[in-house]
Design a protein around this ligand. Structure first.
Ligand code: SF4
Ligand code: SF4
Length: 85
């Protein structure tokens, strides 16, 4: 599966010399149809999508991992990991 990890400002980037933790939210770029449903259903403004933006943008710091975006995505393009180790 061709997956794209969605990073916010520094959210998915490990510091040099450190081992990155597990990804916390993926959007499968091959499955996403750009419908913006995920942004519409997020009550925390943690998923945003502007006009002409190909993929939604995830704000890790605002996300409470409620899973609503994953549930409502019509193409099952969102994979949310609850393993925050
Ligand atoms: S709801 Fe799913 S298909 Fe629609 S923009 Fe979000 S990730 Fe893409
Ligand atoms: S898991 Fe919940 S809070 Fe996080 S982006 Fe999805 S809908 Fe928003």
């Amino acid at each position: 599966m061709d997956r794209q990890q969605v990073d916010n400002a520094g959210g998915g980037n490990a510091a040099p010399g450190t081992v990155p933790g597990p990804p916390r939210l993926y959007i499968d770029a091959c499955q996403c149809i750009g419908c913006a449903v995920c942004a519409d259903v997020c009550s925390y403004q943690a998923m945003r999508m502007e006009v002409l933006q190909p993929l939604p943008e995830w704000d890790e710091s605002a996300c409470v991992r409620c899973g609503e975006c994953q549930e409502q995505c019509p193409t099952a393009a969102i994979i949310l990991s609850l393993d925050c180790a």
